[in-house]
Design a protein around this ligand. Structure first.
Ligand SMILES: Nc1nc2c(c(=O)[nH]1)N[C@H]1C(S)=C(S)[C@@H](COP(=O)(O)O)O[C@H]1N2
Ligand SMILES: [Mo]
Length: 352
């Protein structure tokens, strides 16, 4: 029988440690003055208007326990949020029939935004949240007011809400247009990133020459390739698939490897120094003499959560020659951290 938590966790997600709530994306609004904060509802509405925080607080408040699933693979289940439902807020303003999409815009220096089909946002129960976990939202987590959209990766939940805009056609949000985040964002379908539309010839050339440096090769399928001493410095390799690759001595310094697959890869003496490997999977990879100094390890998998029926527990090959920094271990789930700490204490097994 599946463990009850497996049912609540979409594929590829891991629970954060109890009481932890990672901070992702922007860290502050551009004008942190909650006293004069307003939220505008505008665009394709018969009666657009602005709300002050007091006005929002006086509307009927809805409480909901919402599961947070971040695209970087951490989840935090049943977080109690409180606020005004988007449906209740918009109904009296009368959305026009031509309103197909809703864009949420932040009071932030880059004018951060994200969007959803209007019908979907309403059906999912999108919440204009003022409180989380029984307290006013902290500024770090989007206070004084943020969106919370249940059933979508958390990048659809905008922090520091300034404007709700109803549009006829979609306007891609910040992460969706700048970082290739999937515009549908359904965690149950693992709609994390859009394929960047790689040219097959260019891809074959990069693989043949083992030269990836500085390129955008998101989602590249490199499974099983011999890429010994690959130069992938500063390469965009989010979602890349390196399963079973020979990557001995490869250089991934400063590369973006979030959600990349390295299962079964030979990464001996490879350098991932300063790389973003959030959400990457290293089960069965050989990481002896590999350098992970300064790499960001949030959501990384080194070992299976439990042993399989045969009593085997697929895990990365890590020993005292693998270089990992203390603070990076703190970014791992307790189970992964425990595995890694034990493995790092293993005496060297490869003469190099
Ligand atoms: N204004 C704003 N909202 C944002 C972001 C951002 O960078 N700016 N990042 C999104 C992403 S990717 C996530 S996972 C969540 C993170 O919210 P948290 O920092 O409260 O965990 O906010 C979302 N909303
Ligand atoms: Mo995210």
């Amino acid at each position: 029988m599946p463990h009850p938590l497996d049912i609540q966790l979409p594929a590829g997600q891991q629970l954060v440690a109890r009481g932890k709530w990672p901070l992702v994306g922007e860290r502050e609004p551009s004008h942190p003055s909650p006293a004069r904060w307003t939220v505008a509802a505008e665009g394709l509405l018969a009666a657009p208007r602005q709300f002050t925080l007091d006005e929002l607080g006086e509307m009927p408040q809805l409480e909901a326990c919402i599961d947070i699933h971040c695209v970087t693979r951490w989840s935090k289940l049943a977080v109690p949020f409180r606020g005004v439902s988007l449906a209740a807020l918009l109904a009296p303003l009368t959305p026009l029939p031509s309103a197909g999409f809703v864009s949420f815009v932040a009071r932030s220096s880059r004018g951060h935004s994200t969007s959803l089909p209007l019908a979907e946002a309403l059906e999912l129960g999108a919440l204009v949240a003022l409180e989380a976990e029984g307290k006013p939202l902290s500024e770090l987590h989007g206070g004084p007011v943020r969106m919370v959209v249940p059933g979508r990766y958390f990048y659809k939940s905008l922090k520091w809400l300034e404007r709700i805009e109803l549009l006829e056609s979609d306007r891609l949000g910040y992460w969706e247009s700048a970082a290739g985040y999937h515009n549908r964002a359904d965690p149950w379908r693992e709609q994390r990133y859009m394929a960047p539309g790689l040219n097959k010839l260019q891809m074959a050339k990069a693989l043949g020459e083992r030269d990836f440096a500085g390129k955008d090769l998101r989602s590249i399928d490199a499974r099983g390739h011999d890429l010994e001493r690959l130069d992938a410095r500063g390469t965009k390799l989010r979602d890349a698939d390196f399963r079973g690759c020979r990557l001995r001595g490869a250089c991934f310094e400063g590369a973006n490897l979030s959600n990349a697959h390295f299962e079964g890869a030979d990464l001996r003496s490879a350098s991932l120094a300063g790389a973003d490997v959030e959400g990457a999977n290293f089960m069965g990879a050989d990481l002896r003499h590999a350098n992970l100094a300064g790499a960001s390890l949030l959501g990384v998998t080194f070992a299976a959560e439990a042993a399989d029926e045969q009593g085997r527990r697929p895990a990365a090959l890590v020993d005292a020659t693998t270089l990992v920094e203390r603070q990076a271990i703190d970014q791992l789930t307790p189970l992964q951290a425990a595995f890694l700490e034990q493995a790092l204490a293993t005496p060297p097994t490869d003469p190099k």
